[in-house]
Design a protein around this ligand. Structure first.
Ligand code: SF4
Length: 889
């Protein structure tokens, strides 16, 4: 079979992939011709071949818990929506979409709701990651556009990363930055982040600022640029408006380095260094992401950054500009079609009635909406209050990702009609669905996605649909037709949907709307199939696409000028005594979103197998917490139980938790239960980077490792809800790490789980209550194994995993309850650094101590870092730590 070119389904870098599928395996490599990655892939993209199994997939529609065929499911969805509309009006119906959907899926969903059903309550999980950037772009540029392109990276000489751990979250672009830094000794990387992330290993300067003080920092920069005569007066005069107000506002709070340093809690010399570098380097690129967006003043932060680029005229030129890094693979595609509650369609919002009417004409829409709908937090509040009575959730998991996730769970549990389209059988959100619809996954879908640099790429199907799964756009069209909306939804292919989407973008668009791909509306099916990556706008005047916008200094505002926005730093809250610590949340290198896909890949789970909280050593000492201990975080919204990760990367008084863990992987680790549903007043984006929590030790009576051939059932898992449980899928079994409180001992637990041992012993190293080991064999096949003790028992899980794969030999059977083969030394349970070659930190440190003093030498000896390169920042960190300990630096 020849190679198929497609696009990675994870982050907004949008890497091109070359896939070769045989009946045995999938060979996934980077597409060397794709302009986003030129052949590179990070560890997540490289492991895509391991995610193609049909195991765990939702393969058949279900209505009220019963499997059914598609006609039954479509009738149930259409009938349920019609009944809701008849009884309560169209405003009682909502959709909650996802940046994981393809543009074609998004387009028909938006069209159905806003033009035919007549409800504007269509929002998306992009509200959680990009909405503040959308609002900031619109305020400054008059349109939601990223001005630059990835090629600017190779031309830039100063990179400023704000609230973006690119080394883990946009790894391939980060590698492009690192290549520039290595090739140009004068090039510099500045990181602005309250915690020391993996990206800092490559940085010349890290501003470990007070959380939420970004507006002050960039207002200070604007003041400094003015004081130092570094403004581009010509650009300001010819192409912008509002400069005087923005500068006055900045100077009011941030006229001096001292004011900024005090407010941001930074050394003054670091602030000055950053400002000097920015002032002196015209080729400066400011890249920002969730650390900017997920805040109560996220939109102001975006505009504070843009103000500095407008003031220096560093926009629309090679090698400079403000650059929003999109979180999801197709958040940009969703923004193109208008899949946000405050947009109508195709970069047309509700403020321009003439433009709105165009959409109605184009769609021949019987029920065009006229005003914005509910944004994500409002939408789930309206469900909770009973105003919205039917919601269709596609390709997203709001029970994990929304703030106050427990409240969202309760709201959906009482919603009369919850329709969920997903590819997996078990997600937290599917558990509250009345209708479950099996959708196509990445390797089966066909359509387009748009990455952070406005580049539209094709996702192409590699495999046939599993079971009865269907494309989302097909399911939506079938429902629309069943509701009687026949004429607008007679699409036969993704290509036809794309053509209509492209045609709408150009409909009576003489340049007033930024999003225009009208030149792609005439693609034949074959041309659509062969479409190569291209950046919008794509018009008859620019059929090759557009790398960079605003090169002529013309913007999409009414005056054609960019707008400075006068912004002010908000006051900093004092932590409440009962919740004295500040909590931040974010992503990990090897996981994606709520782990539905990456969590089942054994190699990806090994990097950080358990949910954890990072805390500063001084806080650990204050609370009497040791490394690896279980701790509890809590506030009025909820509670988490996690492992302690003591790290000087944190600022004292501040904690970090990963946002990935769901109830499918851990009993008490859905980070978003601890975040209030407070939002930026302009964008409606929740502030998922700052919450207040209390911390204390969680002291289980005993801990255990339970390995089972069959995953525990929901009923079995429910037993652990007050306790600690974290699941780690291994190749042949599931590994559960347990921490139990109360009176339940290991033997009683096994009884309650209905697991009957065929082998057991008491572990004399522990007391008789908790020191217990047991296993069950069936026909010489290992079924499960429990190792319990007062602490989490050490075991060679790799060896144990092998024992679940076929008959167990007599020798191995004797060793089972010891948890390892023979009397080998201690098991290496140090952190997995290189997921590609399974290399742990202990082996790397040993190699460094024996003379491997560079990543090249480590790669030669251990292979680590030689495949995708995602672990290189961590290798550099270990090198720095080990060599400085040995005084070799
Ligand atoms: S950087 Fe990694 S996750 Fe992001 S698109 Fe590329 S391969 Fe996928």
């Amino acid at each position: 079979m020849s190679d198929i070119l497609t696009t990675c389904p994870y982050c907004g870098v949008g890497c091109g992939i070359r896939a070769n599928l045989t009946s045995q395996a999938a060979d996934i490599t980077g597409d060397s011709a794709h302009p986003a990655n030129f052949g590179r892939l990070c560890v997540k993209g490289s492991a895509l071949g391991q995610t193609l199994s049909a195991e765990g997939r939702l393969l058949q529609p279900q209505v009220n818990g019963e499997d059914c065929d598609w006609p039954t499911a479509i009738t149930a969805v259409a009938g349920g929506l019609q009944q809701t509309i008849a009884e309560h009006g169209p405003g009682a119906v909502a959709m909650y979409l996802s940046g994981q959907l393809l543009t074609e899926d998004y387009y028909v969903a938006n069209k159905l709701m806003k033009g035919f059903i007549g409800s504007a309550h269509v929002d998306t999980n992009s509200r959680l990651c990009m909405a503040s950037t959308v609002a900031g772009h619109k305020r400054a540029f008059g349109a939601d556009v990223v001005p630059g392109c990835y090629d600017d990276i190779e031309q830039a000489r100063l990179f400023v990363l704000v609230g973006a751990n690119m080394a883990w979250n946009h790894p391939v672009l980060f590698q492009r930055i690192q290549a520039v830094l290595q090739a140009n000794p004068k090039a510099k990387l500045v990181i602005i982040d309250p915690r020391r992330s993996a990206s800092c290993e490559a940085a010349q300067l890290h501003l470990k600022l007070r959380p939420g003080s970004d507006v002050l920092l960039f207002n200070g920069l604007l003041s400094f640029l003015a004081q130092q005569g570094k403004l581009d007066q010509r650009f300001i005069h010819l192409h912008t408006e509002g400069f005087a107000d923005a500068l006055a506002s900045a100077q009011q709070q941030a006229a001096t380095i001292g004011q900024v340093a005090t407010g941001c809690d930074l050394p003054a010399e670091q602030v000055l260094q950053f400002y000097r570098w920015f002032a002196d380097e015209p080729l400066s690129l400011t890249l920002f992401s969730q650390g900017v967006n997920q805040a109560l003043d996220g939109t102001d932060k975006v505009n504070a950054i843009i103000n500095c680029h407008l003031a220096t005229g560093r926009i629309g030129k090679p090698g400079c500009g403000p650059f929003s890094l999109t979180g999801q693979p197709n958040a940009m595609g969703g923004r193109e079609v208008g899949g946000l509650a405050n947009q109508l369609a195709a970069h047309i919002d509700y403020s321009d009635h003439a433009q709105q009417a165009l959409v109605g004409q184009f769609w021949q829409a019987p029920n065009l909406v006229s005003k914005p709908g509910y944004k994500a937090v409002e939408l789930f509040d309206a469900i909770e209050q009973g105003e919205i009575k039917a919601v269709w959730i596609m390709a997203t998991n709001p029970l994990v990702s929304m703030p106050q996730a427990d409240k969202v769970k309760a709201a959906l549990a009482k919603c009369p009609l919850v329709i969920v389209s997903d590819i997996y059988q078990h997600t937290d959100t599917l558990e509250v669905a009345s209708i479950k619809l099996p959708a196509l996954g990445w390797s089966e879908k066909d359509g387009t996605v748009t990455n952070s640099e406005r580049r539209i790429s094709r996702q192409r199907a590699l495999c046939p649909p599993p079971g009865q799964a269907k494309a989302d756009w097909q399911i939506i069209c079938e429902v629309a037709r069943a509701m009687g909306f026949v004429h607008g939804f007679n699409f036969n292919s993704a290509a036809e949907v794309f053509a209509e989407h492209a045609a709408l973008s150009g409909y009576q668009n003489s340049g007033q709307r930024a999003f225009n791909i009208s030149a792609l509306a005439r693609l034949s099916a074959e041309q659509y199939q062969q479409l190569t990556p291209i950046q919008w706008p794509v018009t008859d005047n620019k059929p090759q696409g557009t790398a960079r916008l605003f090169v002529d200094g013309q913007f999409f505002t009414a005056s054609g000028r960019a707008q400075f926005i006068a912004v002010q730093q908000r006051g900093f809250k004092q932590a409440r005594p009962q919740t004295p610590l500040w909590l931040n949340s974010g992503r990990l290198r090897d996981q994606w979103h709520t782990m539905t896909r990456t969590g089942e890949v054994e190699s990806l789970m090994q990097h950080r197998p358990e949910p954890f909280v990072s805390l500063h050593p001084s806080d650990a000492a204050l609370y009497g917490i040791s490394e690896g201990e279980l701790v509890q975080l809590s506030n009025a919204s909820g509670r988490l139980v996690l492992r302690a990760d003591i790290s000087a990367n944190q600022r004292p008084g501040e904690l970090f938790v990963p946002m990935h863990w769901s109830a499918q992987f851990a009993s008490q680790a859905r980070a978003d239960v601890l975040f209030a549903a407070d939002t930026d007043p302009i964008s409606g984006q929740p502030a998922l980077k700052l919450s207040q929590v209390a911390l204390r030790r969680f002291t289980p009576k005993w801990q255990a490792l339970l390995l089972t051939k069959q995953p525990l059932t929901s009923a079995q898992l429910a037993l652990f809800s007050p306790h600690y449980l974290a699941r780690v899928p291994l190749g042949n079994c599931q590994s559960y790490r347990l921490g139990l409180t109360g009176v339940l001992g290991p033997q009683q637990l096994l009884q309650q789980l209905q697991l009957t041992p065929t082998l057991c012993c008491t572990d004399s190293r522990h007391n008789t209550l908790t020191g217990y080991r047991a296993a069950a064999m069936d026909n010489n096949q290992l079924q499960w194994l429990l190792l319990a003790g007062s602490m989490l028992p050490q075991a060679d899980q790799s060896w144990l995993n092998q024992q679940f794969n076929g008959p167990v030999s007599a020798d191995n059977r004797r060793q089972l309850l010891s948890g390892r083969a023979g009397e080998a030394g201690p098991v290496d349970s140090s952190a997995l650094i290189c997921s590609c070659f399974n290399v742990r930190s202990k082996a790397i440190c040993q190699a460094i101590n024996k003379g491997a003093d560079s990543t090249a030498k480590l790669g030669k000896q251990l292979n680590c870092g030689t495949n995708c390169g995602s672990c290189l920042p961590e290798l550099n960190l270990l090198l720095r730590q080990q060599l400085s300990q040995a005084n070799l630096l």
